[in-house]
Design a protein around this ligand. Structure first.
Ligand code: PLP
Length: 404
């Protein structure tokens, strides 16, 4: 079958995808696929150790596995309420009050989503009108770029200084009349920075002065080191009704494949988030929501243990990277080391490919965390078994150009 008009008088086959795409540009053309997930595929092809994507290669707690199996056996296998199972929302409200010092009504202010990924997308779609500006501190978790494109936001990137501190004048200048939101991520991926109360108060003042919403991704809230404290910007005075706090079970309970996260916000914001969420995904997996209630019942010692475990892993990878010549610091939080690779004389993408192909270790090119720049950086995760990290460090010692 032939289609008559394919533009400029050409006749193209009706099913030629080129014919459609050349005449119908899409918002999907405005960003590339995830570099992090691409590196995972490359790692699989080369049988490499995947220190690119941040997911554990060790099991989640037994209590969670048992609760998930129980939920399926108990026939919790149909749609949950779209904004989340009641028992999970109630357990979340208690946990967030205790740990983050914030009060949320489980009936009107908590939305359970498919991971924090969906929570971020739904939040942006809920509050952004095309053309609105969104402030994005740089470097940033790579999803925020496409999230901005999909929601129609115009991102304004503000750089963190080399020591990841805030240049107050640059941040003030990034806020304009059109600024609708700022995206905060603390503890931060990829830098490991944990924003201090002073820094968050400065950001809160900017939000209040410019009538702006803070969308804060706090997925690594329990993974902090060396006495650093996680603070939720939503707990600061004046931020209660202008903050969307995003969390997830993925990292805290080592269940990245379960796809359960949440957005916490006042009723007006939540009403909008829930509408978008309903039509995006209907809801997160019902049996796993039930199992997440069991996660929230774990004792306080679980969280302390998690940070201690990750601290040890952080030291293993840090020592291994330093030994072969990577320039890096110990991160304050989260589970990544963001290295400088200038001394290896290769660009980030070339060096990442080189590492996979010659050493069998995958990392993420730094440029995927910047809108421009980052070519002298590489990110490694240490969310792996000790033996995986030790083997990865051993392999890194074999790279050409090793500065050992
Ligand atoms: N936010 C940050 C900062 C992340 O690092 C990640 C995963 O690496 C995500 C969100 C995705 O989380 P989820 O599995 O809850 O969608």
């Amino acid at each position: 079958m032939q289609r008559k008009s394919a533009g400029k008088g050409k006749t193209l086959p009706a099913h030629s995808p080129g014919a459609f795409f050349s005449t119908h540009p899409s918002r999907a053309d405005t960003f590339t696929e995830s570099v992090i997930r691409e590196m995972t595929r490359l790692a699989l092809n080369h049988n490499a150790i995947n220190l690119a994507q941040g997911f554990p290669d060790f099991p989640c707690p037994m209590e969670l596995k048992a609760a998930a199996c129980e939920a399926v056996k108990d026939d919790i296998n149909q749609y949950a309420i779209t904004w989340g199972a009641k028992d999970l929302r109630e357990a979340l409200a208690k946990r967030v009050k205790k740990f983050n010092g914030m009060d949320f009504n489980p009936e009107t202010e908590i939305t359970v989503t498919c991971g924090s990924t969906e929570a971020m997308m739904a939040s942006m779609l809920a509050i952004i009108q095309p053309g609105d500006e969104v402030v994005v501190p740089e470097p940033f978790y790579e999803n925020y770029g496409p999230d901005a494109q999909i929601s129609g936001a115009a991102p304004r990137f503000v750089p963190l200084a080399d020591d990841f501190s805030i240049d107050e004048e640059a941040w003030k200048a990034a806020f304009t009349k059109k600024t609708r939101a700022i995206i905060i991520n603390t503890p931060n991926n990829p830098t490991g920075k944990v924003f201090t109360k002073k820094e968050l108060s400065f950001i809160a003042d900017l939000c209040i002065d410019h009538n702006t919403v803070a969308i804060t991704d706090e997925i690594y809230e329990h993974i902090v080191y060396d006495g650093h404290k996680h603070i939720s910007i939503g707990s600061l005075p004046g931020m209660e009704d202008r903050t969307i706090t995003i969390g997830s079970f993925s990292k805290t309970y080592s269940v990245t494949g379960w796809r359960v996260g949440y957005a916490l916000a006042d009723t007006a914001l939540t009403d909008r988030i829930r509408k978008i969420h309903d039509f995006l995904t209907v809801g997160a997996p019902a049996p796993l929501q039930r199992a997440c209630v069991a996660a929230l019942e774990l004792p306080e010692s679980y969280y302390k243990g998690l940070a201690v475990e990750y601290d040890r892993k952080r030291q293993i990878l840090y020592k291994g990277l330093k030994k072969v010549g990577f320039a890096c610091d110990l991160p304050e939080g989260a589970y990544y080391i963001f290295t400088d690779i200038s001394s290896f004389g290769m660009s980030d993408t070339a060096f990442a490919r080189h590492l996979v192909e010659t050493a069998g270790v995958a990392a993420v090119p730094g440029s995927s965390f910047y809108h421009t720049g980052g070519e002298t950086k590489l990110r490694f995760t240490f969310s792996k078994k000790d033996e995986t990290l030790i083997e990865a460090c051993r392999r890194l010692e074999t790279i050409d150009g090793s500065r050992a």
